[in-house]
Design a protein around this ligand. Sequence first.
Ligand code: TRP
Length: 453
Amino acid sequence: MATKTGEGFSSSFGAIMAAAGSAVGLGNIWRFPYICGKYGGGAFLIVYVFFVFFIGMILMMSEFVIGRRTGEDPVKAYPKLRPHRPGWRYVGLIGLVTCFLILAIYLVISGWTLNYFFESLVGTLSTIPDDGFGAHFNQFASSPLRPMIFIAVFLLLTTCVIVAGVEKGVERVSKLLMPILVVLLVFLCIRSLTLDGAAAGLSYLFSPDFSKLSGEGILAALGQALFSLSVGMGVMIVYGSYLPKDDNILKSSIWITVCDFAIAVLSGVAIFPAVFACGQDPTGGPGLVYQVLPLVFNTMGPVGRIFSVAFFLLLSLAALTSAISLLEALTQWVSGEKIKRTPSAIIMSLMVIVLAIAASFSFGEGIWSGIKIAGMQFFDFLDKLTGTILPPVCALLTIIFFGWFMKKDDIMDELSNHGMLKTSYFKVFYYILARFVAPLALLIVLIAGIINN
Ligand code: TRP
């Protein structure tokens, strides 16, 4: 079936790069290390591995199947597979609304990252006194003007890639940036591991401390697994609709998942040994990357600046390919016969930047920080909604649809590329994981999370 806009990826390799580009983002490099540290290092890692491979990967596979089978956007894809139950389109809709909200908050954090890249490049970051990074970050992130400039630049870059097209924009940029990202990350890992005292950082990251892994930690691991793999919200349905007909969905999903997981772990390896070697606090939370790392770089002397530039470039590039996937999903959704791709992308960008600006104004001591929703500042409210609550809900509905409402023959036909690939082991896999393990695990963690709150 042709996709609704006639766009698509040119090869399996391009598709894997684009989907891995979506998956690898701020979630891996900025969020994973501090969450892993917070919930007991190795203990968190064990639970996380389970969620990544037994829930996240299954969801990715399901979304690819739904997308390629229908060639539609998430809102149209569900009812196309189940014409008698049009209500399923709301699952697609909630997912896309979640993407919209994620993109808003993503833009704010990407804006910070771009600013830190810029400040590393021009050298202002290295002039800050050792005890001044916290204040510097708070002052910058709460200011009304400066973050907006970086948010706008970042969004402009993202929009340009989307306007260029799926193959000429999304695929090409991902194929270029992903290898650069891996090289930068390996370079940072090597430096971090060769610092004196690096072992303490590794042991912090890998030795399991089950006392810190609470029910909250388990829910956080699930949220993180879904967020990191970009699954549950329909983005992979969109990318699925662009997959080449001969792509082996199971194989590609495994590659993308392994790649995403490895990059999260490597980010921890790049960050924690350096933090420990410089005697910093590893539980720095969300500010770890912006408040603790610049200090670590400063203590490395002149070469620190090179590492600082490399690190914030790495983070900006990772954020870019993820933001691209979010905007692509929104663009594909609104574009059709009446509205072309370019105006769709521009309309969505303009809408999302309004929300991003509101989120930025409400952060920290920003000018709108007094406004509260459910007792939280708007930024924190959005973060909670998009990081913890909506992803598991969307993911659960998606997997229930896939396991219980989609026709099994359709799934097997799609997974086997219409009989070209052997599917005998898919069947067992599908029955056990997609129908039972993944939905049950999602349900249990979700209910436990609600009760714990
Ligand atoms: N996976 C990305 C990250 O780890 C974020 C992301 C991109 C995302 N697209 C998504 C999350 C779609 C959920 C849904 O940073």
